[in-house]
Design a protein around this ligand. Sequence first.
Ligand code: ZN
Length: 157
Amino acid sequence: MNCELCGKQAGKAKRIQVEGTTLQVCPSCERHGKEVFLSEGGSTTEDILARITRAKNRPYSSGTTKEEKELALDYHERISGARIKNGWTQEELASMVNEKKSVISKVERGELHPSDELVRKLENTLNIELKEAIVEVAPKSSNGSSGLTIGDLLKNR
Ligand SMILES: [Zn+2]
């Protein structure tokens, strides 16, 4: 056969890889690429390359984590608990944060999500934390079925 690089007649061709392409070359052209060994499992180089490409294109393959602060699920319990510990009525707390008592009472029942501003006021007044870090761990598995969202995780709690 002829060498695919230099075109010379090559008695003993070798398969090498040059920039992703497999070529049959003569021994003197070997050094231009990497020799290709076919694995015993019968996979071709193309199979292996395809697998590597898929791995590279896979989303979330880095396994990084993302941190976010979100209103705690039990924010209403934290507020009422801290208020009661201080011996304050809802009315007293409401006036301290410049809100109506009805707002505080709804917030304490978990019927109203306090605005960011109100969250800050309540945190400062009651000396509590209402937000907590939600750590989302990106799935590392490669089976393609991992589509868990924060919503799914919360449902399972
Ligand atoms: Zn050659």
